[in-house]
Design a protein around this ligand. Structure first.
Ligand code: AMP
Ligand code: FE
Ligand code: FE
Ligand code: ZN
Length: 283
C-alpha cells in the first residue's frame, strides 16, 4: 500500500512525524510521503523514523496557493534544507498568525468567545491552521464536529474575505522546483471547475512546471479518478495517490493508505507505476 499525502503536527495533523511513520507502518504502507502544509519542518524527523522502521519515505510539502479555489500544490523530493522553503515558511507564518487573529475577532463578534489561549490549549500549543480553530470551536460546544465548524464558520464568505495572502500557483511550483522537487496538483476536485475551465487552469499549471496530478484521492469519486487519470495521460503528466490523513479528530473518516470508507483500497491504485514514475522524476 502507498500513501503520498499525509499531515503531521508540524502543520495541522494530530500525530508527530515519528508517530505518523509508526502508524503508516502499522497500516501496512510500504511507501509514504509527509506533505505538511507550507512547511518542511517535519521531514528530517519523519525520515529518521522511516529509516529505523524500514519504510520507504518521500519528503514532501503541500503549498496552499492562489489562482483557484483550494488550489494546493504538492511538492515531492524537496530538500529539507532548502533555504527558499524555509524562508517561505517563516514569512507565511506571520500571515497565518495575523489571519488567526483577524479570525478570532470575527468569531467573537459572531458569539463564539474563542481566544488564542483556548486554541493553544486544545491543540497542544499549535494554533495557526483552520483545523486548529475548528477543533477549538468543537471543544467549546459551538459545533458538533470539525466538519460542521468548517461549514458554519471557516468556509464562509466572511472567512475567505479575511484569508491570508498565498503564493500564486506559479510561484509555489517554482519554489518546489528550486528545492529540488517536482510539483503535483493536489485533490483537483476541490477546485470545483467544470472540464473546460479545469483544462484552461491545467495548461497554465503545466506552463509553470507542473509534473503531475493527484488522481487517486480519498474523496474522489470513481468518475473523477478516471477523468483526472485520462487528462494526466493526455498531457503527459504523472499521477499520484494520497489519503490526506490528518488524524481522526480532524478528518474522522480518513485512514492512512485506505482513504475514506476504503475509497483508495477499492480504487485499484496502480501503485508500482505511480512509485516508479514518481521516483524517476525526483531522482
Ligand atoms: P488552512 O491551510 O489553515 O486554511 O486550512 C486548510 C486545512 O483545512 C486543510 O488541511 C484542509 O484539509 C482542512 N479542511 C478543509 N475543510 C475541512 C473539513 N470540512 N473538515 C476538516 N478539515 C478540513
Ligand atoms: Fe490540513
Ligand atoms: Fe490540501
Ligand atoms: Zn493535505
Amino acid at each position: 500500500m502507498i500513501d503520498l499525502h499525509m499531515h503531521s503536527t508540524c502543520s495541522d495533523g494530530q500525530d508527530t512525524p515519528e508517530k505518523l511513520v509508526e502508524l503508516a507502518v502499522a497500516s501496512g504502507i510500504d511507501v509514504m510521503a509527509l506533505t505538511d502544509h507550507d512547511t518542511i519542518n517535519g521531514i528530517e524527523r519523519a525520515c529518521n523514523a522511516a529509516e529505523k522502521l524500514g519504510i520507504d519515505f518521500i519528503p514532501g510539502i503541500e503549498i496552499g496557493s492562489s489562482g483557484g479555489k483550494e488550489l494546493h500544490i504538492l511538492g515531492y523530493g524537496v530538500s529539507y534544507k532548502d533555504k527558499g522553503l524555509i524562508d517561505f515558511y517563516d514569512e507565511n507564518r506571520v500571515h497565518r498568525i495575523a489571519r488567526r487573529d483577524r479570525f478570532i475577532e470575527l468569531l467573537n463578534k459572531a458569539g463564539v468567545p474563542v481566544t488564542i489561549e483556548d486554541i493553544c490549549r486544545v491543540n497542544n500549543g499549535k494554533s495557526t491552521g483552520r483545523p486548529h480553530i475548528a477543533r477549538t470551536i468543537v471543544s467549546m460546544g459551538y459545533a458538533d464536529s470539525v466538519d460542521e465548524a468548517f461549514k458554519r464558520y471557516l468556509q464562509t464568505p466572511e472567512f475567505y474575505s479575511l484569508d491570508r495572502p498565498k503564493p500564486r500557483f506559479d510561484k509555489s511550483i517554482e519554489m518546489i522546483n528550486n528545492a529540488g522537487g517536482i510539483a503535483v496538483l493536489a485533490h483537483p476536485y476541490t477546485l470545483k471547475l467544470d472540464k473546460y475551465d479545469f483544462t484552461i487552469l491545467l495548461k497554465k499549471l503545466i506552463s509553470a512546471g507542473l509534473s503531475g496530478i493527484e488522481c487517486y484521492y480519498s474523496r474522489h469519486t470513481v468518475e473523477q479518478t478516471v477523468y483526472y487519470r485520462d487528462i494526466a495521460n493526455e498531457y503527459g503528466l504523472i499521477f499520484t495517490c494520497g489519503s490526506d490523513y490528518h488524524g481522526l479528530d480532524v478528518k474522522p473518516d480518513i485512514l492512512p493508505g485506505r482513504g475514506c470508507n476504503n475509497s483508495l483500497l477499492n480504487a485499484g491504485v496502480p501503485e508500482k507505476e505511480i512509485i516508479e514514475r514518481l521516483k524517476d522524476k525526483i531522482k
